[in-house]
Design a protein. Structure first.
Lengths: 999, 428, 87, 204
């Protein structure tokens, strides 16, 4: 093969590879306009175009090239796309090329080639591990103002977008018998075996092309080229009805109960996602069995200048040559401690790349390597090492090689293909907490205890031969299917030879010249490890944190093993004893948008719409979020400019004539059964079993610790039927609490309960004209006179021509008031009917603000007062606590601390200056005392402008409150510089006798 | 504590400074010595502090402020392996209730002088902590809190939505399900580099003669005649005149060794970091309509977290529902982070107390002291917790700012329940 | 985490709400002598590091309160029953 | 007032009939609001399980399922929603009629509570119905585990749902809370758009 026929892709091989030369794709990298082919990644296309410098490192801004061909890439990170779609830190090695792709280099200024911060390299001796912990302490104020901003600007790699991500994301669930993670030889064999046995199989591979190393090596399976066998296996799997192939899908996390998280890149290979499809889909896969066949990640040998562009992992070199038909160099040196050297040399030579030398760290270089070197015309350096990769910004220009006698030779080259062996991809085996185990023979961490249901096969299990990967994968797939009750009729395992995989551990070249990097992205060098050890950071986890080894976007996939080995050496311990830092999800970084899925923007949380919503929207109501509900806050009328104006009008209209408010959002619970009364007696502090049918009563619920949980009115609709209401905010909590009380504490009670919040559209009709309006709505011959239907009456009615509804004579506003309920489907019609019936009486609709004003005027506690910190005593409800029966919270509520008269209790306040405005959250301080914590005697919870009184009023909690009516105190509000002198009074401001309710 | 002044570490040779870095750098960085020793545990100490989080600060102040000399900190794993090394680094004193406010403010003040005190750059970054509110009642609740702070002489500002927009333009002001209406800002709040706090206290305590014993697990508490006289460990017994527990997440387990039952459950809290990016967010921001809070680390990652997983756990890892919930909050707050990638997630064991507030107290066993129940908020407390616990141990009476953190408050009902959730630890 | 609800079958964590220790029982007496028992019930927990009997609510499913036995070190579920016993 | 109130479907003005989403050929699913169904919660009284079962059998020729299943009767079907709890559903007894009927026939044996207005029912049918639901429903709908008659109560996109499979099309009836119907619809149509969907006018 020859390099470089198409002039625009000088390093593209003329033949071969799994790219489609008929489909050229244009793309841009910085200021270079380039062409690649379908089937390329950005990395392979850059290689084909001879682009070597692709990024800058984190700390020293050193020039970096492409190291790998997979998601483990630490160096070749780019900003992909632009504007709100800009994706920083995207690995060029995983970006599927598409027409029009645009990528920019990052972490450099002003340009990739001329990066001024590269001067950091000069200061490297002073910027070693943990240097910032030792300095920048003086003067103290300089940290935020000077040092920190400088450090932050220099660090941080790419730039995030600044506008909302325009692409959609989805979440999805999947279930299977056998989940196969990885579609290399082991995974394909596993999926085939399980699928043929009839199991439901999901096969995920993060690559867009299944096959793993089969696509990267010139090998065979059976009588076919390996890549062709892979394609056939995929075709066979695709034809099985219960097998799901998920390409472009990385399994990134293992969670409890056989739950696997996987990210599918649905539209990332397109300029923008197709219409109606997400950019990415975040899968939760529940699997009965799992076969982890994630392969292995090659690791470099650490030597001087090993981070220069042009130093590439040998396996990646073969991937670029064989799969992408792109030559990463013209003149190569191969450097390895294992048998990979042979195939790498042979593949390079076959592609027309000159192999200047094969440097093998081992004393006994096996025949295969010798022969490959010989065939390639390469110098073989046994027991040799590369002491330094020399070169410049644009990459390696030569290798300084030292042989076993210490003699140096300088060989020109633009590519160093390096292999330090392989680390099985075992991250997922550790996500539930198991520690990996060091295997001396393979010089690698192998899986320790496995997550329940998981088996590991192929290179991930430390079996590096192709033949055994296939066999093991097949067996794992068949075993999994069999364990789930399928018969083992999986056919024969595919066969192939095991390639030689001999290795002698060799981690770093001790006599390296120049900086030798262990962690490329975070610029952690061997000398940093040494310094950390000197500073006392000898435990693996300490080394990691002190040097940031393995903390970069690649999480140490290529560097960690060598890092641990270097640490072991520096502390004279075996690698096994040093151990390994903890693997944590996600296996590859995952877009935050994908975790959010549909739940963003307005869909962040579902919105609950009240029955009158459409009508209120038509009227131009202003809505407010109350929990997940959207409620009308007020209904502005033409000419009104200020919310207070609208609200005041609504309150006045209600108090003077009549108003209507949608109160359907209150929690409503049907409590039924022979023991319903007994049950309510136990969950409410006051008594309900004595409530007559056709009546309602205010009820107070405590938590078992004696503090107030919730309040509401409960009506008795029948001997065995109560209708409970809760506050809007606590509806779900109360339902859960009741079910707990019933099922756990008193299972012997014959009581049933169900939420009917949604069933009933309920409107409060309040004001002196309320009766007339209600009477007009009810079908004839239903008497709503005060005598027939007095305050707190409750019962069924028929409304507007036969609709079965309910009527309650309840009042939150303090006026003559009713709540009328109809089945929710009639809610829209009923509000319109109420408006029509009320028109002659001047009815006004009122929203939550006016509702709030009126309840404050009446001194009714609501959310701000029922804040979970208050007791019945604080609210003035001490009398409600029944002494005759046990109820939830009774015992603990009686503790002295909860009834201490010194506690703050509910009071009303009004400003001494009638024009003064009150603000919630002010604290009460005695009139002439200094505003300080020693004098803090309580706080203002709720405030309102009372149209009837013509001034602001407030509710609050004040120490010894009831004894202090008439006293003037300060509502101190230093936060808003708005102290107000207020007079303490009873919390009920209007009609304290309740005369209006009872008319 | 007013008399905390910068103090030269005993080990002057190893004083850290720009100069020492320069000098060492020129000499090939060969002159550095370990930040702390690795001593074998002695047979007996005056005080054995168990747990190397708050325990390190406790030992440091015992030595520095209370003049004790014969102290060990016993840690079952590596220094900083507990929550002190896995939290989201937020420090603030924007508390509401009188039991808490002065304590956390003392801590804030100690942070402000910490680096000079310890001669260690812990990157105390007072970049401002903002709690967003999204409704009028929430605004009132924050106003109540802000005023409580101001009454205690603590800085607090109530920002309206325009001020918020100016400070943090990347937040969603235009298409939010729960619109941002403003925020409570404490400018002195911010972040402190978690690991540096461990190492700084460790180094400074060591310099004052404290023995720091790593990889040493306490397996029993020796009680003789109703008095704690030492601990059993996997490296043998250690006698002690006083035993002090600061073993967050394991408090129930270790206290049970002395027959005690605590008002505590152990829960998991997860945290997350994204890939590094250029400066994006200058403050610490807490979303008020969901569980999400975030800051940007000096390395560039957005460090964020949210709610507890919600079930008892000693597994130090969590599950997906919370990851999703937190990221939903993140997207709701900052829709530009959709394409930023979550790099790593982890968990810590939260010592969740029944009212969400800590315990620093003597126990019914004489000579046994307890520091526990820090929930998800004890990192910011590290200096004050150490100081107050040291005070309690040395003087046998509570430090004046920590008098509310008593064990008997649960029985009496004088709970310190900032959230009003009652005796339900996973809701605090 | 997946909990096998006796009624609904195996379901994911997102359907459940946690409450806590299921071994505590509500004292039957309101007598002042029972104070310690009440404090125990409301506030004190064994908080074991191992198998834990605990209450979960299948709020997004059948609304049953469950007693789940779970190893809190590994999250392995050892057993699930309806708290109220068979209906 | 004597003019009767007109019922408003939960998705009035929201579910717009027609072909939406990807493509214009045969839709991946069809969606339809079912406004014809009576839906009533039935909860057994303590110790009355057997008697209730018999009463249901004689009144409705229906069997009360012990598990989460939908079992059709002559005019009324029952869906198991929890221990001792069912939703009775009926296409012929709409409005409040079903609740009235059940209350009368099951007196003393069960507590009955109308839910017909509290819920919106949506029928999803078509070859991609499973794929659409997989985007939110954490339940395995593979035909080997979930078949016609299978039912479940679960959560979709943070919203509670009870569903059962109607036939092998496959078609499913989804019962959601009325106040959430619009949010649910937004999730549903977002999820279905990829496969193309057709909204069929509400049945009544
Ligand atoms: C994800 C996360 C985010 C957080 N975010 C914040 C935040 O932003 N701000 C904030 O203020 N707080 C935060 N916190 C809380 C804070 O980290 C903790 O409250 C605080 O660190 C607790 O300190 P500690 O010393 O009590 O515990 P730890 O630091 O956990 O120390 C306890 C030590 O005791 C050791 N130990 C336990 N048992 C034994 C034994 N038997 N023998 C010997 N040693 C033992 C442990 O190994 C551990 O090292 C967060 C916590 C987490 C997990
Ligand atoms: N000679 C040697 O020393 C040596 C060493 C290692 C590997 N190999 C060769 O490599 C091959 C190993 O086969 P294999 O099947 O074990 O591995 P493989 O590397 O061929 O395939 C692994 C596949 O898993 C995918 N993957 C990894 N993590 C994933 C995740 N979390 N989610 C989804 N997909 C993921 C990868 O994209 C890849 O396609 C064999 O051909 C073997 O001969 C040889
Ligand atoms: C404030 C903070 C920032 C972190 N930043 C990173 C980071 O940039 N990269 C990384 O890999 N981990 C980061 N981590 C997570 C740690 O790697 C580690 O997961 C965490 O300290 C818990 O320890 P463990 O995972 O070893 O149990 C960070 C942790 C914290 C507390
Ligand atoms: Zn269930």
């Amino acid at each position: 093969m020859t390099i470089g026929t198409p002039t625009d892709q000088p390093s593209r091989l003329a033949f071969g590879g799994l790219i489609d030369r008929r489909l050229p794709l244009r793309f841009r990298f910085d200021d270079l306009e380039l062409t690649g082919y379908a089937g390329d990644t950005l990395a392979s296309a850059l290689i084909a175009n001879d682009v070597k410098l692709v990024g800058r490192s984190f700390k020293y801004h050193r020039p970096r090239g492409i190291l790998t061909a997979g998601s483990e890439e630490p160096n070749a990170l780019v900003e992909l796309r632009a504007g709100p779609r800009r994706e920083p830190n995207t690995r060029a090695t995983t970006i599927e090329l598409y027409d029009g792709l645009a990528a920019d280099s990052q972490n450099r200024w002003p340009s990739l080639r001329h990066d001024l911060l590269a001067v950091n390299q000069l200061a490297a001796p002073f910027l070693g591990a943990g240097f910032y912990y030792k300095t920048f302490m003086w003067p103290a104020a300089f940290w935020e103002k000077v040092y920190e901003p400088a450090i932050r600007r220099a660090a941080g790699l790419g730039r995030a977008a600044t506008a909302a991500d325009p692409d959609p994301y989805e979440k999805a669930f999947a279930f299977c018998d056998v989940l196969v993670i990885g579609g290399g030889p082991a995974g394909l064999a596993a999926a085939l075996a399980a699928g043929r046995a009839g199991a439901r199989v999901i096969l995920c591979d993060e690559d867009f092309l299944a096959g793993g190393r089969l696509n990267a090596e010139r090998r065979g399976v059976g009588d076919k080229p390996a890549y062709a066998w892979a394609a056939e296996a995929v075709a066979e799997l695709a034809a099985m009805p219960d097998v799901t192939l998920m390409p472009r899908t990385t399994v990134y996390g293992v969670y409890d109960g056989g739950t696997y998280a996987a990210i599918e890149r649905v539209g990332d290979h397109l300029p923008v996602p197709a219409p109606h499809t997400p950019r990415q889909r975040n899968w939760k896969i529940v699997a009965k069995r799992t076969v982890l066949a994630a392969g292995a990640i090659e690791r470099p040998i650490v030597f001087g200048g090993n981070d220069r562009p042009g130093v590439m992992l040998a396996g990646a070199v073969r991937t670029y040559l064989n799969r992408f038909a792109a030559a990463p160099g013209r003149r190569a040196v191969v450097f390895a401690n294992n048998d990979e050297a042979a195939a790498t040399t042979a593949d390079l030579a076959a592609a027309g790349v000159v192999v200047a030398a094969v440097v093998d760290t081992r004393r006994d270089v096996p025949a295969a390597t010798r022969e490959a070197a010989k065939a390639a015309g390469a110098l073989l350096v046994a027991e040799g090492r590369i002491v330094e990769a020399k070169g410049g910004r644009r990459g390696v220009r030569s290798a300084l090689i030292r042989n076993r006698d210490g003699r140096d030779m300088h060989l020109a080259c633009d590519l160093i293909a390096v292999s330090g062996g392989w680390s099985p991809t075992i991250q997922l085996t550790s996500h539930l907490g198991a520690k990996p185990m060091w295997d001396e023979a393979r010089a690698a961490q192998l899986p320790g205890a496995l997550p329940p249901g998981m088996a590991v096969a192929g290179a991930a299990a430390g079996d590096f031969g192709l033949g055994s990967c296939l066999a093991e994968g097949h067996a794992a797939g068949a075993d999994a299917a069999e364990a789930l009750g399928h018969d083992r009729s999986s056919g024969a395992a595919p066969v192939a030879d095991d390639e030689p995989a001999g290795l002698a551990p060799y981690w770093h070249v001790k006599d390296s010249a120049g900086k030798a990097f262990v962690d490329f992205q975070n610029d952690v060098s061997v000398s940093d490890v040494a310094l950390a050890v000197r500073d006392g950071f000898r435990i693996a986890e300490h080394l990691k944190r002190y040097t940031t080894l393995g903390m970069a976007t690649d999480q140490g996939k290529t560097g960690n093993t060598a890092g641990m080995a270097v640490l072991a050496e520096a502390t004279a311990r075996p690698v096994a004893e040093v151990g390994m830092t903890t693997f944590r999800p996600p296996y590859v970084p995952v877009a935050i948008g994908a975790f959010a899925g549909h739940h963003r923007g307005k869909a962040f949380r579902p919105t609950r719409l009240a029955p009158s919503h459409a009508w209120a929207a038509e009227r131009g109501a202003v809505f407010v979020e109350t929990g997940n509900w959207l409620r009308a806050q007020w209904y502005p009328e033409a000419g009104e400019t200020d919310w207070l104006e609208s609200v005041t009008r609504e309150v006045k209209g209600t108090r003077e004539r009549v108003g209507v408010c949608d109160v359907s959002t209150l929690g409503k619970i049907d409590v039924q059964g022979p023991d319903a009364g007994t049950f309510l007696d136990r969950v409410y502090a006051n008594t309900f079993s004595t409530l007559p049918v056709g009546k309602a009563r205010y009820g107070l619920m405590l938590r078992e610790d004696g503090f107030v949980l919730d309040d509401g009115t409960t009506a008795r609709l029948g001997e065995e039927h109560y209708f409970m209401t809760t506050t809007t905010a606590n509806a779900v909590k109360v339902m859960q609490h009741l079910e707990y009380c019933h099922q756990v504490i008193w299972p012997d009670l014959d009581v049933q309960m169900v939420s009917v919040t949604e069933q009933w559209a309920q409107y409060a009709i309040a004001g002196p004209k309320a009766r007339a309006v209600v009477a007009a709505l009810l079908d004839p011959s239903q008497d709503v006179s005060n005598e027939a239907f007095p305050y707190l009456a409750a019962g069924p009615v028929t409304v507007c021509g036969g609709v079965a509804g309910r009527l309650y004579r309840l009042s939150f506003s303090g006026e003559l008031a009713y709540e009328i309920g109809v089945p929710a489907r009639y809610g829209d019609a009923l509000i319109r009917a109420i408006m029509t019936a009320g028109a002659p009486h001047g009815i006004v609709p009122y929203g939550t603000e006016a509702l709030g004003v009126m309840r404050i005027e009446k001194g009714h506690p609501a959310g701000n007062e029922l804040n979970g910190q208050t007791t019945a005593h604080d609210l003035g409800f001490g009398k409600l606590l029944s002494k005759k029966k046990d109820f939830i919270g009774r015992f603990m509520a009686a503790r002295p601390a909860l009834t201490d008269p010194g506690r703050t209790t509910l009071v009303g306040v009004k400003p001494v200056e009638p024009g003064a405005r009150l603000r919630g959250g002010a604290h009460f301080v005695p009139r002439d005392a200094t505003v300080s914590s020693e004098n803090d005697q309580g706080y203002l919870t709720s405030v309102a402008f009372s149209p009837e009184l013509g001034h602001w009023i407030g509710l609050g909690f004040l120490a010894n409150g009831p004894e202090r009516y008439g006293e003037v105190i300060r509502a101190a509000d230093p936060l808003r510089s708005a102290d107000v002198m207020v007079e303490v009074c009873a919390p009920c401001f209007i009609d304290p006798e309740g005369a209006r309710l009872r008319v | 504590m007013s008399n905390i002044t910068p103090q030269t570490s005993q080990n002057d040779a190893m004083r850290y400074s720009a100069l020492s870095i320069l000098a060492n750098g020129l000499r090939g960085n060969r002159g550095w010595t370990p930040a702390w020793r690795e001593p074998e545990p002695k047979a007996e100490y005056d005080v054995v502090v168990v747990g190397a989080g708050h325990g390190l600060a406790t030992a440091y102040y015992l030595a520095k402020e209370y003049g004790l000399r014969n102290i060990a900190v016993i840690e079952r794993s590596y220094l900083g392996s507990g929550n002190i090394g896995r939290n989201t680094t937020i420090v603030r004193s924007n508390y509401l209730l009188p039991g808490n406010v002065p304590f956390y403010e003392l801590s804030m003040k100690l942070w402000e002088g910490l680096e000079q005190d310890l001669n260690y750059n812990a990157m105390v970054s007072q970049r401002g902590v903002i709690n967003l509110f999204h409704s009028d009642p929430q605004r009132d609740a924050y106003a109540r809190r802000g005023n409580a702070m101001r009454l205690h002489g603590i800085d607090a500002e109530l920002l309206d939505v325009e001020a918020m927009r100016a400070m943090a333009p990347m937040l969603d002001f235009d298409n939010a399900r729960f619109p941002i209406k403003g925020g409570l800002l404490q400018r002195r709040g911010g972040t402190v580099r978690h690991d540096a706090v461990v190492w700084g206290y460790g180094r400074a305590a060591d310099a004052r003669g404290v023995d720091i014993v790593q990889n040493c697990e306490v397996t029993g508490i020796t009680v003789e005649a109703g008095r704690a006289v030492g601990v059993e460990t996997n490296r043998g017994p250690i006698r002690a005149k006083k035993v002090a527990l600061a073993v967050a997440g394991n408090s129930s387990q270790v206290a049970a060794m002395a027959g005690l039952r605590l008002p505590i459950e152990t829960h998991v809290l997860q945290a997350f970091v994204t890939e590094g990016i250029k400066p994006f967010l200058d403050h610490v921001v807490t979303f008020g309509a969901g569980h999400f809070y975030v800051s940007q680390s000096d390395k560039g990652g957005l460090v964020f977290g949210g709610d507890l997983d919600g079930y008892n756990s000693y597994a130090q890892r969590g599950n997906l529902p919370v990851v999703e919930d937190v990221c939903e909050g993140g997207m709701a707050l900052m829709p530009a982070i959709g394409r930023l990638r979550l790099l790593r997630s982890w968990g810590g064991l939260m010592d969740m107390s029944m009212d969400g507030s800590p315990i620093i107290d003597r126990t019914p066993v004489q000579g046994l002291y307890l520091n526990a129940g820090w929930c998800y908020g004890g990192f910011k407390a590290t200096p004050a917790s150490g100081l107050c616990f040291a005070h309690l141990i040395a003087r046998d009476e509570p430090h004046p700012v920590a008098t509310a953190y008593r064990l008997d408050r649960f029985a009496s009902g004088r709970v310190i329940d900032e959230k009003g959730m009652g005796a339900q630890p996973n809701l605090h | 985490m997946r909990i096998r609800c006796p009624y609904c079958g195996e379901r994911g964590l997102e359907e459940f709400t946690y409450r806590g220790d299921a071994t505590v029982t509500r004292p039957e007496t309101l007598d002042q002598t029972a104070e310690a028992a009440w404090v125990d019930y409301v506030y004190l927990r064994d908080n074991p590091a191992g198998p834990h009997r605990e209450h979960w609510y299948h709020g997004a499913g059948c609304h049953a309160w469950l007693v789940v036995t779970r190893d809190v070190r590994t999250h392995e579920i050892l057993g699930v029953e309806l708290a109220g016993g068979p209906a | 007032m004597s003019e009767t109130l007109t019922a408003r479907p939960a998705l009035a003005g929201i579910a717009l009939p027609g072909r939406h989403g990807t493509g214009n050929g045969a839709p991946g699913v069809t969606l339809r609001e079912r406004t014809d169904l009576g839906v009533v919660a039935v909860m057994a009284r303590k110790g009355q399980g057997e008697a209730l079962r018999m009463a249901v059998a004689s009144a409705y020729r229906a069997t009360l399922p012990d598990t989460a299943r939908y079992l059709a009767g002559q005019t009324v079907g029952f869906v198991g929603t929890g221990p001792g709890q069912w939703l009775a559903v009926s296409a012929s007894l709409g409005g409040g009629a079903l609740a009235v009927d059940l209350t009368a026939k099951l007196a003393g044996l069960a507590s009955v509570s109308d839910q017909g207005d509290g819920r919106a029912v949506i029928r999803i049918a078509g070859p991609r119905a499973r794929d659409v639901l997989a985007k939110g429903l954490p339940i395995d709908l593979h035909p080997s585990v979930f078949a016609p008659g299978s039912a479940a109560t679960s959560i979709i996109s943070l919203m509670g749902v009870t569903l059962w499979q109607v036939d092998e099309t496959p078609a499913y009836d989804l019962v959601v809370f009325r106040s959430l119907a619009v949010s649910f619809w937004s999730w549903l149509t977002d999820s279905a758009a990829e496969y193309g969907y057709e909204v069929v006018p509400a049945t009544n």
